[in-house]
Write a protein that binds this ligand. Structure first.
Ligand code: NAD
Length: 331
């Protein structure tokens, strides 16, 4: 069986996909869901922030291949390709602040190389963009027609501007070369296979709570995020991949909560006795974040369905099992 896309650019049958960053958090879930839909997957990764461990369970599955390569050097995949999902990029602030040049290179050269491949193969291309293109937003909730409020020379500029450039390049391939491209702007996603030490709030809080250390909340904790469970995000991304739409389309859960509330909730769910400790707010940290998901609902028929309580419980259970198995340190 193969998946057929919608009619606007002709019906496309997707038999073989390339996933860059496929050994990362989101990429590994995408590889798995594509295989479940009988799509062959070539996973490209240099393990900068991901790990072969994330796809070990897929290695024996028919149609799965893992290739170690740095897509900023070149991208070469022999044979037909029907879909390219470009997900390679450091994504957590800790990672991209530590690797600013790598982040800018994968957003620019990596996007150029993968767009070139998609064009040459006649494949559908989906760019993993981010809610960070909205920066510290002056519009709330964020709609796709909002241009954003990004500081290009602030520390976060390396990630935000790399993604903004990726969006511009993807759009240029669509308008000037006719490549079948789509852009998803992904909002904060959480779930199994995040790294406990990647610096993002949810794995950090869970690791701290499970090991009885204080949960470190930035600022006074009043800044908000909207959190989406990984299964919902992946379903939204694949709905975009199997559609002919250009986007950008926000993929995120409008369920908005303050960082302090999130920390308190994780203390409750883990049954921890950890205290909450306040630390300095990072430079240019966005004060609010919530997607307007009307476009995703209208174009893709997509809406998140996993309540945050359930998603957080499943994530806590996964981290607890990893800790018991000694597979991760507690952040
Ligand atoms: P991740 O760090 O777990 O995964 C990124 C993967 O890309 C890693 O496996 C890494 O090794 C790989 N990679 C990095 N540079 C590479 C290169 N030059 N060549 C080959 N592989 C390379 O991060 P994630 O959370 O899974 O994010 C995946 C994508 O989704 C990123 O593009 C990110 O910007 C985007 N995104 C994620 C979120 C989220 O909440 N997780 C939100 C918005 C956007």
């Amino acid at each position: 069986m193969a998946v057929r896309t919608g009619p606007a650019r002709g019906v496309r049958t997707i038999r073989r996909a390339v996933v860059t960053g496929g050994a990362g958090f989101l990429g590994s879930h995408l590889c798995e869901h594509l295989l479940d839909r009988s799509v062959e997957v070539v996973c490209l990764d240099n393990f900068l922030t991901g790990s072969p461990e994330n796809v070990r369970h897929l290695m024996e599955r028919p149609g799965f291949r893992l290739l170690r390569c740095d897509i900023t050097d070149y991208v070469h995949v022999p044979g037909p390709v029907d879909l390219v999902l470009h997900f390679a990029s450091p994504a957590s602030p800790l990672d991209y602040l530590r690797m600013p040049i790598e982040t800018l290179k994968v957003g620019s050269l990596g996007t150029l190389h993968t767009l070139g491949m998609a064009h040459e193969k006649g494949a559908r291309y989906v760019l993993a963009s981010t809610s960070e293109v909205y920066g510290d937003p002056l519009q709330h909730p964020q709609r796709e027609d909002y241009w954003g409020n990004v500081n290009p020379v602030g520390p976060r500029g390396v990630y935000d501007e790399a993604k903004r450039f990726s969006e511009a390049l993807t759009t240029a391939y669509r308008t000037s070369r006719g490549t079948d491209t789509g852009i998803v702007r992904i909002f904060n996603t959480y779930g199994p296979r995040m790294r406990a030490d990647d610096g993002r709030a949810i794995p950090a809080f869970i690791g701290q709570a499970l090991s009885g250390r204080p949960l470190t909340v930035a600022g006074d904790g009043s800044q908000t995020r909207s959190i989406c469970f990984v299964d919902d995000t992946v379903r939204g991304i694949l709905a975009m991949a199997f559609s002919p739409h250009a986007g950008p389309v926000n993929i995120g859960n409008p369920d908005e909560l303050s960082m302090l509330r999130l920390a308190e909730w994780i203390v409750e769910l883990t049954g921890s006795r950890s205290a909450i400790e306040f630390i300095d707010l990072p430079v240019d940290d966005p004060k609010v974040r919530r997607p307007d998901s009307t476009r995703a609902e209208q174009l893709l028929g997509w809406a998140p369905s996993v309540p945050s309580e359930e998603g957080l419980r499943r994530t806590v259970a996964w981290f607890a099992a990893q800790l018991r198995a000694g597979a991760v340190r507690a952040g």
